[in-house]
Design a binder for this molecule. Structure first.
Ligand SMILES: Cc1c2[nH]c(c1CCC(=O)O)Cc1[nH]c(c(CCC(=O)O)c1C)Cc1[nH]c(c(CCC(=O)O)c1C)Cc1[nH]c(c(C)c1CCC(=O)O)C2
Length: 405
């Protein structure tokens, strides 16, 4: 069981490799920027949000645990089906009610929004004193992320403290693995550990269809959260992309080199294809399950897609992301999908025809360059360097305004 200091050690280690506690600003299509003439402050980020962004470093707001209540979730099957629409379209704007959260509307590329919505990646967790106190009482990350009451409480902590426009489920991209027959653990020193890495045809054959009985805490938490948030923000679900999940499943945990999985592309391509297809099917079902439980927007993390040369990503990651997106656009056409790759500067143009609604930019890409390269038919999200959260508030404010001039 991880104790607080090993957890902090792991956190530091993970952050060093993967500094993703990032302020994210979901920017609607430039055509839907706030109209000129709006107060400059309000037109970009409300003062409250600027405070929130900085206050996260030392936030100590208290979170009360919330009781379960029935949720009004929108299920995939009850959505009106329609083909994929371009980011800006009259019919889409009409279909999208003003009662829907700002973030969902921005993600769909809706026109005429009052300001860009703001949320933070890795929004819940270690930087919050109240999370640390809870982690002392429940030192296992698996327990914290697989117990409905704890998931709900942790998810709501940053929302209560900062009122971001998005509330992301406290979970992990590896959480669904046991539900497809891949047990895992989170070790203090080694991060995620998969005891029996999947590298053979036989092991791929033994994978099971996703069993939602083993993921009931996810569905229950989303239902409660949707009800608690009550339309005041967007409830975000997330999944790992098949390639990124496969890096853990094949390597057995964290890696700096990706040696086993990268060599499998050439030494055992059929085994890897089988694994990625199985993951793509399971992840598609998992997204639908999250949406049916109340998630209003889904982020797909292909965090380690950027470890591949772009043309190899085209072969080993993108087709499986496309398979997921195609399925979701049929089953849940109203739910916007966000795609994020860590270090995606070399990938932007290649990401657009995955069919997602929003591309997440990290801080290594200039926002204006990113927009130019992506064109106007897709929304962008990003990209304040999390290091600014340790700067004085005016510096952070200036940085935000320089990204959203
Ligand atoms: C350390 C780690 C875990 N799981 C993973 C790691 C990184 C290992 C590596 O570098 O290879 C794998 C992982 N988990 C997640 C991603 C995608 C996001 C990213 O690129 O950072 C990745 C790559 C989603 C997530 N994983 C987590 C979130 C947080 C949800 C939120 O934003 O509130 C997300 C989106 C939470 C998580 N998940 C885990 C911990 C310890 C925590 C944090 C809890 C804490 O803060 O103490 C286990």
């Amino acid at each position: 069981m991880p104790g607080p200091s090993p957890l902090a050690h792991e956190a530091t280690r993970a952050r060093r490799r993967n500094p993703h506690q990032q302020l994210l600003l979901l920017h609607p299509n430039p055509n839907s920027r706030p109209q000129a003439g709006l107060d400059k402050q309000n037109s970009h980020l409300s003062p409250r949000r600027e405070v929130a962004a900085t206050a996260m470093i030392s936030a100590t707001a208290t979170a009360a645990f919330l009781a379960a209540a029935p949720a009004s979730s929108s299920s995939c099957t009850t959505h009106r089906r329609r083909s994929r629409l371009p980011a800006i379209s009259a019919s889409l704007a009409t279909a999208s009610s003003t009662e829907e959260p700002l973030l969902v509307r921005a993600a769909r590329g809706e026109d005429g929004l009052p300001r860009p919505p703001a949320w933070m990646m890795r929004q819940a967790g270690r930087y919050m004193a109240e999370y640390q106190a809870l982690a002392k009482r429940h030192p296992s990350f698996r327990e914290r992320s697989e117990t409905t009451d704890l998931i709900v409480e942790i998810t709501l902590q940053p929302w209560r403290a900062f009122a971001p426009d998005g509330v992301i489920l406290f979970s992990d991209i590896l959480t669904p693995l046991p539900a497809i027959g891949v047990p895992f653990d989170i070790s203090d020193s080694k991060g995620p550990v998969i005891q029996s890495p999947v590298r053979s045809e036989e092991q791929v054959r033994e994978l099971t269809p996703i069993d939602f009985e083993k993921l009931r805490f996810v569905g229950e938490s989303l239902k409660i959260l949707r009800s608690e948030i009550d339309g005041q923000a967007a409830l975000l679900g997330f999944v790992g992309a098949p390639w990124t999940i496969a890096t853990y499943v094949v390597e057995g945990g964290m890696t700096n080199t990706y040696t086993n999985i990268k060599s499998m592309c050439h030494t055992a391509p059929n085994v890897l294809r089988g694994l990625l297809s199985h993951l793509a099917d399971a992840i598609s079902e998992y997204i639908i399950y999250q949406v049916n439980s109340g998630a209003q927007c889904i982020q797909i993390f292909d965090s380690w897609g950027g470890q591949l040369p772009p043309h190899v990503w085209e072969q080993w990651s993108k087709p499986y992301i496309k398979q997921i997106v195609n399925k979701i656009k049929i089953e849940c056409p109203n739910v916007p999908l966000v795609l994020y790759i860590n270090g995606n500067g070399g990938f932007l143009e290649r990401m657009t025809d995955t069919g997602v609604d929003v591309i997440g930019l990290d801080w290594t890409v200039d926002m204006a360059d990113g927009r130019r390269r992506l064109g106007n038919k897709i929304s962008v999200q990003g990209n304040v360097d999390p290091a600014f959260l340790f700067s004085p508030l005016p510096v952070l404010t200036d940085e935000i305004h320089s990204i959203y001039p």
